[in-house]
Design a protein around this ligand. Structure first.
Ligand SMILES: Cc1cc2nc3c(=O)[nH]c(=O)nc-3n(C[C@H](O)[C@H](O)[C@H](O)COP(=O)(O)O)c2cc1C
Length: 330
């Protein structure tokens, strides 16, 4: 890749947990070809009451599937006992930090008072954190939204977080009812940053190096950012932010091919493999201006050969364009 610009302040860049996308096949390919992410978070793991790992989840955290990667497993639950059990298993696998998901906005999760839904049960959340902090032997970090319906909820939530020695508090400054719409509430983030006793990391809508520059100008004291959709759309985003330049198309193709191969080896059924690849293309297409027609062919492909032909024509006919990010017109 291109030489690093020396005039850059380097943030620590984390890859956000993205359920359905950033599993170990994706993560290993990403780490091999775009080595500028400092930490990866697993998509959420859901401990069950039988205290047995689902095989998909165990595969995701096995050290042999995550060689050379700094990985932080994320857990989604509101039962301290289950969290503590899973943290113990993860400790035995060699992990030294687990992250609690307090942000997932999905209806099925929230109605069970998990993810962002747990933010509505402040007393129970406090008791949960108390029990977990006493019961685990590795560090705990939290990824949170500002509340369920209003950023005003955060003051009380922060009082709770401030009672515990978190490794870091990652704030995605939206409320549950925003899902991923509207813009992150930077004023509320500012308040939280001032009042938090724990180190605060930022997450939300950093899609281009320009977005990072703007964020950094407003919050020079924040050293660590978490990137989600922007990094899936442009897998070289962390490198770009750190001054390593824009990736070339050949590298994006190599990345695609590595993930495709990895899914073919680990997922049964072509349809399931194509489903995963199409999910990835939803994001990757943003890098290629004029790609809508090609995207349609990819989405319509039902067989591997059709899919491969559609992808080959996209890489042959289109170029990627520097400065583009998630959400731009395709
Ligand atoms: C498809 C998808 C899956 C996600 N899965 C998770 C998850 O497993 N755990 C989690 O904490 N957040 C999850 N998120 C939220 C992201 O980690 C991140 O907080 C969100 O996308 C905002 O960051 P961004 O603007 O950089 O994308 C998911 C988001 C999307 C769009």
């Amino acid at each position: 890749m291109i030489e690093k610009r020396e005039d850059h302040k380097e943030p620590c860049c984390c890859f956000a947990p993205m359920e359905g996308i950033t599993g170990y096949v994706y993560r290993s390919a990403h780490h091999a070809l775009f080595p500028h992410v400092d930490r990866y978070f697993t998509p959420f793991l859901q401990p069950n009451q039988n205290h047995r790992f689902a095989s998909r989840e165990r595969n995701d955290v096995l050290p042999e599937h995550n060689k050379g990667i700094t990985l932080i497993p994320q857990i989604l639950t509101n039962r301290a006992e289950d969290f503590i059990w899973m943290a113990g298993e993860l400790e035995a696998l060699g992990y030294d930090e687990v992250n609690l998901n307090l942000g997932c906005p999905s209806g099925t999760v929230v109605t069970k008072y998990k993810g962002a839904g747990f933010l509505a049960k402040k007393e129970a959340l406090d008791a949960f954190l108390d029990e977990v902090c006493a019961g685990i032997h590795i560090r705990l970090s939290v990824k949170t939204r500002l509340g369920m319906a209003s950023p005003d909820e955060f003051e009380e939530l922060l009082e709770i977080y401030n009672k515990y020695p978190l490794k870091e508090l990652i704030i995605h400054p939206r409320v549950r009812s925003d899902f991923y719409k509207s813009t992150p509430d930077r004023a509320a983030f500012q308040k939280a940053l001032k009042a938090s006793r724990n180190e605060v990391w930022y997450n939300g809508d950093i899609f281009t190096p320009g977005d990072w520059e703007e964020f950094h100008a407003g919050f020079p004291e924040v050293d660590c950012i978490m990137l989600g959709r922007g990094l899936i759309a442009n897998p070289g985003l962390a490198g770009e932010i750190k001054g390593f330049g824009f990736p070339d198309k050949g590298r994006i193709k190599e990345f695609h091919d590595m993930i495709y191969q990895g899914y073919r080896e680990t997922i049964s059924g072509n349809r399931n493999v194509l489903f995963k690849m199409k999910e990835l293309w939803f994001y990757l297409l943003f890098l290629f201006p004029g790609s809508e027609k090609y995207g349609k062919k990819i989405r319509k492909a039902e067989r591997a050969a059709e899919y491969e032909a559609a992808v080959a024509s996209l890489f042959r006919d289109l170029d990627i364009q520097e400065g583009r990010g998630y959400g731009e017109e395709r």
